[in-house]
Design a protein around this ligand. Structure first.
Ligand SMILES: Nc1ncnc2c1ncn2[C@@H]1O[C@H](COP(=O)(O)OP(=O)(O)OP(=O)(O)O)[C@@H](O)[C@H]1O
Ligand SMILES: [Mg+2]
Length: 754
């Protein structure tokens, strides 16, 4: 294997195979490449592939990493685990979750199932879903889980706050219902594994001795629960290598804790730290822009990044009239570069902040006849017919799943009314059993009419028959059986016949649904034929797992297509030409971050911008509109502050000759108060801006240990000051113009004033 292609720092990180290693480096510096090479190097040295565990951020990244390793090593790598946190934990749980009282054929609930379940819990607790908005409740529950807080601990923490303590009760019931349904949500996949390891040291021991070498990519975005999981596994041998970039931490809202990466050095002794400074991805222009934008963040470790690709085209900025014109600009640009032979479609990526922005871009690409793939769109799996079919499959795999059972018990309509369903539900909760158990001996239930009982028995028989054949049939055949014996396709065909001659769109709609169901059968066939090591078994449970875990990613990966995705999804990827669309205040940075008035929220948006910019290898476009219609509302758009932050010499404004962006008094008056405040601060020149104007080059960057009582320091936002106290990492500084502030020196880069 060829280590010569690596630079000396990269090489050191590859060769240091024993003990804890931390690679902290900026975008495009070869972190992922180091991990891949390190795996190959370990195998070369004679380490068994089965002893290796590598965690990546997406399934796509996992597959790429595996392919690259397979290209360079000769041994069979089938037993090596390269996967996401979620897939890795599912594999562990499928084997042993029964030890903590769950059924091994558990189902995985997605966001929509979670909402349904929370609504059920609210009903049971007599709470209004207006007061306790399900999505809000779920985000609290998820936050608690990410911090590994049980319902009881959460309740204790919330004592004295009636609303939060009520949410703790919902959380408790929610967990209880999940368990009764033999279901896990995404957060559970991690925390139940942590619990399994805690309660069953022999299981942990098995995995500790199995995974002798652990590697984690994109470590800056691991949540506390994921962090704990890795720590459990690694604490024995401590052969753990993590790579990350604090400037790319973009999942704060999901419980990811940037401090994990900064504190790695404290948790493991004798950490071998590697910094990589050469960027191999982007031109210097792109890097300058990225470095300049991110330098506006206060909470970060300062880094230098340089590239050998010195030249490079300027960043082009387009101002379009509205989102349709923006889409057209993107389509036109791509079309002209492809038709001139300069580029191919797969060289391009169009990134956006919110999924809803994709539609006008898609429209424009469709109109121009340009091929594209959407990544991260859950659209297909969110369709009603697909969710119905998946619900059937889940009930067949695990009849305890009440949420799925309720979804399909009367779909297609078979005369089972809401009243009957409620009675069954009541009885189930009285007997503390699943609805299916109640259905099995429905004849002993005199509340339900004879007629209804007959229908319910028919349903139970059908499910029973499908359950009986599930082992004997490959999944794709089983699906055909389901579609057939439930009458699902029959109903759609009838619908088509009924509307054959009408123009109301119902005919096409039914046809579309049948097409989608057939497409789902092809997904099952693909699953049966694939040799994806993350899903070694080919049974129904594994298929459902693969659907739950991969539904974020588009399956269709034709070679030459434009990629469309959110900025979040683009992490870790690279493209020759990148468009960052919707560069507008309120969209990017997103209004939630602006309104919270917390610097840390804007900083997270800025890190996302840094991720977006650094995806580009050669050319970068940024687009914005004057007016945008989104979520049904039309608004004046204001250029994003991130565009203001770009170095002027790196930018070319394509709209310069058309019209400069100006705001009239009336358009200003239409802005919301937050945007006005931002505009005002830009016009007047905020304090921060003035202070930044002092020449930084006069100062020298301080290591945390250089900061002592009496030191004269320079802070990028607050300016010059004098240290008046140091307690651990907390430094109190009296600033010349900004009063006294307390700052954590580990998370902020200060300069010493000469
Ligand atoms: N030593 C090297 N010589 C030549 N090319 C390299 C070298 N190291 C990395 N590269 C290339 O640079 C690009 C960026 O590398 P990689 O994706 O590993 O960076 P990264 O640090 O993981 O970036 P990100 O932070 O965006 O995930 C890749 O195309 C990779 O093949
Ligand atoms: Mg990477």
């Amino acid at each position: 294997m060829d280590l010569d292609t690596l630079n000396p720092s990269q090489r050191r990180a590859v060769e240091r195979t024993e003990g804890p290693v931390l690679i902290l480096a900026g975008a495009g510096s070869g972190k992922t490449r180091v991990l891949t090479t390190r795996i190959a190097h370990l195998i070369d040295k004679g380490v068994q592939p089965a002893n290796i565990l590598a965690i990546t951020f997406t399934n796509k990244a996992a597959n790429e990493m595996r392919e690259r390793v397979e290209q360079v090593v000769e041994s069979d790598t089938k037993d090596m685990w390269i996967s996401t946190f979620h897939s890795c934990c599912v594999r562990i749980l499928r084997k042993d979750i029964n030890r903590i009282g769950y059924n091994r054929s558990f189902v995985i609930y997605d966001a929509a199932d979670q909402v349904t379940l929370v609504k059920d819990c609210l009903k049971e607790l007599n709470l209004s879903d207006k007061v306790y908005e399900p999505k809000t409740v779920i985000s609290y529950i998820s936050g608690a889980k990410d911090k590994l807080k049980s319902p009881k601990q959460y309740k204790d923490d919330c004592a004295g706050d009636p609303r939060m303590s009520q949410i703790a009760d919902i959380y408790a019931l929610y967990q209880d219902r999940l368990k009764r349904n033999s279901a896990l949500d995404f957060d559970d996949l991690i925390i139940k594994t942590v619990e399994l390891f805690k309660k069953n040291p022999e299981v942990l021991d098995y995995y500790r001795s199995r995974f002798r070498y652990i590697m984690v990519d994109e470590y800056q975005d691991t949540s506390m629960a994921q962090y704990e999981f890795i720590k459990q596994l690694a604490m024995g041998h401590k052969n753990i290598c993590v790579v990350g970039d604090d400037d790319q931490s973009i999942y704060g809202w999901r419980g990811a804790d940037i401090r994990n990466i900064l504190e790695f050095e404290k948790d493991y002794d004798d950490v071998f730290v590697v910094k990589l400074e050469q960027n191999y991805r982007s031109t210097q222009v792109i890097l300058d822009a990225a470095n300049k934008v991110i330098s506006n963040n206060i909470e970060r470790k300062r880094k230098k990044l340089w590239s050998e690709k010195t030249s490079g085209e300027k960043i082009k900025i387009e101002l379009a009239e509205n989102e349709l014109e923006e889409g057209r600009f993107i389509a036109d640009t791509i079309y002209s570069k492809v038709s001139s032979g300069e580029r191919k479609y797969s060289d391009f990526a169009v990134l956006y902040r919110a999924n809803a922005q994709a539609r006008p871009i898609e429209d424009a690409l469709n109109r121009a006849g340009l091929p594209y793939n959407i990544f991260g769109g859950t659209k297909f799996y969110e369709r009603k017919e697909i969710k119905d079919l998946v619900a059937y499959l889940r009930v067949i795999a695990n009849p305890q799943d009440d949420i799925s059972l309720k979804r399909i018990i009367n779909v297609p309509r078979r005369g089972i009314g809401l009243r009957t369903i409620e009675k069954i539900e009541d009885r189930a909760s009285l007997r503390q059993e699943s609805m299916y158990s109640v259905l099995i001996d429905i004849d002993s239930n005199s509340d339900v009419s004879t007629k209804a009982r007959a229908k319910l028995n028919g349903f139970v028989d059908m499910i029973g028959t499908l359950r009986a054949i599930k082992e004997a049939y490959p999944v794709s055949k089983l699906i055909e059986k389901v579609l057939d014996s439930t009458g699902y396709v029959y109903e759609l065909e009838e619908e088509m016949k009924k509307h054959q001659n009408s123009m109301n769109g119902k005919y096409e709609e039914a046809q579309d649904r049948i097409d989608n169901l057939n497409e789902f059968i092809s997904i099952a066939v693909e699953f049966e034929n694939s040799d994806d090591e993350n899903f070694p078994e080919k049974d129904l449970e594994t298929f459902l797992t693969s659907v739950a875990l991969t539904s974020e990613v588009s399956e269709d990966e034709e070679p030459d297509k434009i990629s469309l995705m959110t900025m979040h999804t683009s992490k870790g990827l690279e493209f020759p030409v990148v468009f960052l669309s919707g560069m507008e205040e309120g969209l990017f940075p997103i209004s939630r971050a602006i309104k919270s008035l917390k610097d840390s929220d804007i900083e997270e948006e800025r890190r996302l911008c840094y991720v977006g910019i650094t995806r580009a290898r050669e050319e970068l476009f940024m687009t914005m509109t004057e007016r945008r219609t989104l979520y049904g509302k039309t608004n004046h758009a204001i250029q994003s502050r991130f565009i203001e932050e770009l170095p002027e010499e790196c930018v070319e404004k394509l709209y310069r000759n058309k019209r400069e962006l100006t705001y009239t008094k009336s358009s200003y008056n239409m802005l919301d108060k937050y945007t006005k405040k931002y505009m005002d601060s830009m016009n007047k020149g905020s304090v921060a801006k003035k202070i930044n104007a002092t020449n930084r080059n006069e100062n020298i960057e301080a290591e945390p240990e250089d900061i002592k009582l009496g030191s004269k320091v320079y802070h990028p936002k607050f300016g010059k000051g004098t240290v008046v106290s140091v307690v651990g990492s907390d430094v109190t500084i009296a600033f010349d113009n900004q009063g006294i502030k307390k700052i954590n020196k580990e998370y902020t880069t200060l300069d010493i004033v000469k």
